[in-house]
Design a protein. Structure first.
Length: 750
């Protein structure tokens, strides 16, 4: 593809294909992301639609029988293709510019020993070779578009250079014909060759710059191991990564990368998971611990059982998230798309009008001036910059975010995140560690602490709530909580109940026990700082209280402070008791009037909606599971996750590693990226709005200045390069401490 009009045409053909519901084409990556019904349209039909639009589909080479292509295989193939294209572009551009320089030397050398006619005959061969050999990519693309009744950037290049070349050939072979018609013979071989050379140079620079925009994908894929050491028949065997299967027992030695996801079966070590979590301190791993493919093993050795392989691993899914994000579009791109659809025909019409005006009203020699003005207009116009303005910035922004542990789902999510006015935090697992521990058990008369813990843990064994895990952990240390349970029932956001040894046990919030007819007495007045109180009742009588203390993350206070400093309202909405919620809010700096406690999961969505009703754009931050309704209701859903589960979140933004400072970092990154997009679009539109009139010659009546076609070609080439280069500034935004804090949560000092 060469410009935004190519994008529009391919998208139009794809969307007309039966079974295709959505299609987005990215000019920067040359990738089409298609949502379709496989029972209606298959990949062959989609490929044929692209070919019907006049384009080729690049296909991966067929892998060996029974072997699946890995991400590394795809990355290597794409890198090889891009390198070959850049090499061909560079060599062709250099050859064209050499011919252009020679043409200028021959045409403008003072006191040259040859006449103008002889100079023309010297140049006609090399100029023709440049026109149809170096320029054949333009002709091929323009003719392909013409066959489908459309135009593109290549159409402008072909029309402009062909006019200059054809007029020069006519001057060379039949100068007397032009003289008899009153037209001064003058060749433009320098212009035709220079235009092609400069445009090819621009595309070479653009290709190099676009290659840098996909650096995040290459960095992520580069984390993957190429082989694995698996245990088969009692022996350890090295196999290619694509041959590892779920259930295989894999050995990891010191200093090696973990090849796939799995659980440790034997041995201990410390594993550097900073590529996923952003945590610089290696995580201790022992039997039963989860390990993630792509992480780096420390000094120990261990065996683990593979649980996810190939495209199911956390790393592969993160790569897929980033790829989809980089192939997405932001709403702000719509204006550029609409203009690009009619841009080339408009420029051709303007060029024709310019030729007519100069031919009828211009100074002598009018035909020559008219031709030069026409060539300059069609060559200087640049729809490429409009097409690259948004996707290059999104590619770099989302890629840079991925390297910092911030996975942004796409251009629309990025655009929404940039305008967030309020952030709503869940408590457990976001501002707190989400791994509560049980403190000293408080009991009612006639109940012992171990008895209360035993009864509560036995019932909670059927629950998946974080507080249930804390109760079970405390009971397990004492060998308690293993009694059989009958009639178990969990009530979302409130608690659980069941029969233990014939006794009816209720465990949960004070409100839940009250609804069950339990009188808590003096236990209801118990206060434990920053602890969630879990009440236990036995046969309708209050039995005791289990204080679950969830440690606040040390980064939470700074996260709230950064958001508040940016003028963003920060709220805490939680299902925990009011006293606990207010204690946590006070510790992290959230105002007491912005705390909503004892809220059920559905109520969190209502709370978000109430803020939206005030006209605020709301981001909800939660763990992506029990906060799903609120995440869906929010304008931007932000899931905090760790380990392999992070790649499975269905949120707009996923923060890898659980650091709440990533919320402000994601918002700042989104704002920076959107600012670059606006700069790019302003440049792309401004360039064309200003320079097309200059190319038409509107300055000539006032200053006598006209624009040379070769300079116009150089300006057009640099226009596209400048947009990509401006987007690449996002890659280097973390070079100083202030910008590092905006992009990398781990770089923000506590």
């Amino acid at each position: 593809m060469s410009c935004a009009s190519c994008v529009n045409r391919i998208e139009r053909f794809l969307r007309k294909t039966p079974g295709v519901s959505e299609a987005n084409v990215n000019l920067a990556t040359e990738v089409a992301t298609v949502r379709y019904l496989p029972e209606v349209a298959g990949l062959d039909e989609i490929a044929r639609a692209i070919e019907a639009a006049g384009y080729d589909v690049r296909k991966l080479p067929e892998p060996k029988a029974g072997v699946r292509a890995t991400l590394l295989d795809e990355a290597d193939y794409e890198a090889a293709v891009r390198a070959r294209e850049q090499r061909v572009l560079g060599l062709t551009a250099a050859a064209s510019l050499v011919v252009a320089a020679a043409a200028m030397f021959v045409m403008y050398l003072p006191n040259a020993p040859w006449t103008a006619e002889q100079a023309a005959w010297l140049l006609i061969g090399p100029a023709t070779a440049v026109q149809f050999l170096a320029g054949r990519r333009f002709y091929r693309a323009a003719l392909r578009a013409a066959r489908h009744g459309t135009t593109s950037m290549d159409t402008l290049v072909v029309v402009g250079t062909s006019a200059a070349w054809a007029f020069s050939v006519l001057v060379t072979v039949a100068p007397d014909v032009l003289r008899s018609a009153g037209i001064e013979p003058q060749i433009y071989f320098d212009s035709s060759t220079a235009i092609i050379g400069l445009i090819l140079t621009g595309r070479w620079l653009e290709a190099r710059a676009k290659g840098q925009t996909v650096g995040a994908i290459k960095a992520l894929i580069g984390l993957s191991a190429r082989s694995a050491r698996i245990v088969r028949a009692g022996a350890e065997v090295d196999v290619p990564l694509e041959e590892v299967r779920v259930g295989d027992l894999v050995r990891v030695r010191p200093g090696e990368r973990v090849p796939v996801d799995g659980r440790v079966a034997e041995g201990t070590s410390a594993v550097d998971e900073s590529m996923l979590t952003g945590e610089p301190i290696p995580a201790e791993k022992g039997p039963g611990a989860e390990v993630i493919g792509g992480t780096m093993n420390g000094h120990g050795t261990f065996l683990f059982r593979a649980t996810r392989v190939g495209r199911d691993t956390a790393l592969a899914q993160i790569v897929e998230v980033v790829r989809r994000a980089q192939g997405s579009k932001a709403q702000i791109q719509q204006l550029a798309d609409r203009i690009a659809a009619v841009f080339v025909p408009f420029v051709l019409a303007v060029g024709a009008a310019t030729f007519a005006a100069w031919f009828l009203l211009g100074p002598e020699p009018r035909p020559t001036h008219a031709l030069v003005a026409f060539i300059t207009v069609v060559v200087i116009a640049c729809p490429c910059a409009m097409g690259l303005a948004t996707p290059t910035a999104i590619m770099v922004g989302t890629g840079n975010g991925a390297e910092a542990g911030i996975l942004i789902r796409g251009g629309e999510a990025l655009e929404l995140a940039a305008g967030v006015d309020a952030v709503v935090f869940d408590k457990t697992g976001t501002l707190t560690r989400g791994r509560p521990s049980i403190g000293e058990v408080v009991t009612a008369p006639s109940f012992a602490p171990d008895e209360v813990l035993d009864l509560a843990a036995s019932v909670e064994r059927g629950s998946e709530h974080p507080l249930a895990a804390a109760i079970l952990s405390a009971a397990s240390e004492k060998g308690l909580g293993r009694r059989p349970v009958e009639d178990f029932e969990a009530v979302a956001g409130r608690g659980v109940r069941g029969l233990v040894d014939g006794r009816r046990i209720v465990v949960g919030t004070a409100a839940f026990l009250a609804s069950e007819g339990v009188e808590l007495g003096g236990l209801v007045s118990l206060r434990v700082p920053r602890a969630a109180l879990v009440y236990v009742a036995c046969d309708g009588r209050a039995a005791g209280v289990l204080p679950a203390i969830d440690e606040i993350k040390p980064e939470s206070e700074l996260a709230v402070r950064e958001l508040s400093a940016a003028g963003i309202e920060v709220w805490l909405v939680t299902g925990d008791q009011d006293a606990t919620a207010r204690a946590v809010a006070a510790a992290v700096g959230i105002a007491p009037e912005r705390v909503m406690a004892e809220v059920l999961p559905a109520g969190k969505a209502t709370a978000v909606a109430s803020l939206q009703a005030r006209g605020l754009r709301v981001a909800m931050v939660g763990d992506g599971i029990n906060d799903a309704p609120a995440l869906a209701q929010a304008d931007v859903g932000i899931a905090i996750g760790t380990g392999a589960d992070v790649a499975l979140e269905a949120s707009d933004v996923t923060l890898v590693g659980g650091d709440p400072r990533g919320v402000s970092a994601a918002i700042r990154l989104s704002r920076q990226t959107l600012r670059v997009i606006r700069q790019n679009l302003a440049w792309a539109f401004g360039y064309n709005i200003v320079l097309i009139p200059v190319a038409m010659g509107l300055l000539y009546p006032f200053t006598g200045i006209t624009l040379n076609p070769a300079l116009a070609a150089g300006a057009m080439a640099l226009s596209s390069v400048s947009v990509v280069t401006n987007s690449l500034r996002l890659r280097h935004a973390g070079r100083n401490p202030r910008e590092a804090a905006a992009l990398n949560p781990a770089a923000i000092p506590v």
